[in-house]
Design a protein around this ligand. Structure first.
Ligand code: C2O
Ligand code: CU
Length: 459
């Protein structure tokens, strides 16, 4: 079982967790949660915004009084947020200042294959390249992260991730909370050494829970409605989020708004999934607090209601309709499983094959619609969850183990959890882009071990 999370088989930056003693736990709610800065374009043409987003090593402050060596976008342990707009392309120039290859993938983005950050399409050390994101899709909370082959798990763990939010003019009439009341929150975990270093190897649990790069922070809010965009940026942890039983109104999932708000008391997020909720803090008196908790790990963020504020935003009863489901023309089976036939070299596989960049595992005609049955095919005693992520498209979950999907499967999804031995059925329409895109388990240590495959879209 040693290959299983946070298994000691990762190479690269892996540090033996035994060589450094773990850091003392930071008392909950002792630091304030920051909001990642919004990246400003260095140039705006009539129809394109141009940004620079350097990849650079940096020492960051995560635990009070300690420096953590990190791999970052622009120096942030959560990278800067890019706020794009539907219909307006973004050009991103990325210089790689690391001593090794790295790249950028726009998770959830509908982009041309050459701009997708394919695992083999990396930026050499000292090199630079340009990514073009057309933003032809509807408003959504996307994110960007490294996807360099065999180093994606370390790179993301060490900090190479940030929000990419597409604002959609078509949604402005909904009058959802906006501006300072629209807050992206990246959740993840980490194992820290007493010197502040992040440890990835070994079997010790990653028991420090971070929100926007700080351990169990507090966040001052006004007594009014907020839109919270939550992302699970962990390599291997599901969050089961609650507000102590109070209702949270979920308004969006991975690919944008739901048809209507859904009242939730607990929301499950597996790695890479996003959920957007509206929380009305006017239910709480000024001076009180409410804790966003994770039923697996404990408190995550304490929201302190510190002031009143006017509020003209609403939670509309309808949001945005989902597109009709076209008729599928193919059904495929996708099995995610480990190959442990060589215990010294366990492999992640899809349908028994570890990732091979030279092989197209499936060929799909552009514009067609398919149903994929995706199964966590490992033996039950592995007890390892997987999840399923496709590049290029958002899909819809049709069923889960032959039953209706969970509330966590609602809307336009690009990543869904598949617990041990379970399966899901999803339907996707492969739009206008051609070329090779990957699909994989988004427990990144699994995809790094090979649990990834390739689809080739042809015309
Ligand atoms: Cu979030 Cu293949 O990626
Ligand atoms: Cu997996």
């Amino acid at each position: 079982r040693s290959f299983l999370p946070g298994g000691g088989h990762l190479s690269g930056h892996a540090v033996s967790a035994n060589s450094v003693r773990p850091a003392a736990a930071v008392p909950a709610f002792s630091v304030e949660m920051p909001i990642p800065p919004v990246l400003q374009p260095f140039k705006a043409d009539p129809d394109v915004d141009f940004y620079r987003l350097p990849i650079q090593p940096a020492n960051v402050n995560v635990l009070p009084g300690l420096q953590t060596p990190a791999l970052t976008f622009n120096g942030g342990f959560v990278g800067p947020t890019i706020r794009a707009r539907t219909g307006r392309p973004v050009s991103l120039t990325v210089g790689n200042q690391l001593g090794e290859a790295a790249n950028v993938h726009l998770h959830g983005g509908h982009v041309a294959a050459i701009h997708d950050g394919h695992p083999m399409d990396v930026i050499a050390p000292g090199g630079s390249r340009n990514y073009l994101y057309p933003n032809t899709q509807q408003g959504a909370t996307l994110w960007y992260h490294d996807h360099s082959h065999h180093t994606e798990a370390e790179h993301v763990y060490y900090g190479m991730q940030g929000f990419y939010i597409i604002d959609d003019p078509a949604e402005s009439g909904l009058n959802l909370p906006s501006g300072q009341y629209d807050v992206p929150i990246m959740l993840r975990d980490g194992l820290f050494g007493e010197d502040g270093s992040l440890l990835i190897g070994g079997d010790e649990p990653r028991n420090t829970i971070l929100a926007n790069g700080k351990p169990q922070p507090y966040f001052p809010v006004a007594a009014r409605k907020y839109r919270l965009r939550l992302l699970n940026g962990a390599l291997h942890r599901e969050f089961f989020l609650n507000l102590g039983g109070a209702t949270m109104y979920q308004i969006a999932s991975d690919g944008g708004l739901l048809p209507a708000p859904v009242g939730r008391t607990e929301i499950r997020l597996s790695p890479a999934e996003r959920t957007e909720i509206v929380v009305d803090f006017s239910r709480y008196p000024v001076g009180s607090s409410v804790v966003l908790g994770d039923s697996g790990s404990g408190p995550v963020i304490r929201f302190d209601i510190t002031r009143t504020a006017s509020d003209s935003s609403r939670i509309p009863s309808t949001l945005r309709a989902l597109p009709a489901l076209p008729t599928p023309t193919a059904v495929r089976d996708v099995r995610l499983l480990f190959d442990v036939s060589d215990p010294n070299n366990p492999l992640g596989t899809v349908n028994g094959n570890p990732f091979d960049p030279n092989r197209a595992d499936v060929r799909i005609k552009r514009g067609t619609t398919e149903i994929w049955n995706v199964t966590n095919a490992d033996p039950a005693d592995f007890e390892v969850p997987h999840n399923f992520h496709m590049h290029l498209v958002q899909f819809r979950v049709l069923s889960r183990d032959g039953h209706a999907p969970d509330q966590d499967d609602l809307g336009r999804k690009d990543t869904v959890l598949i617990p041990p031995t379970k399966s899901i059925q999803v339907q996707a329409t492969f739009g206008d882009h051609l070329g090779r895109y990957v699909y994989h388990c988004h427990y990144l240590e699994h995809s790094q071990m090979g649990m990834m495959a390739q689809m080739e879209i042809y015309s």
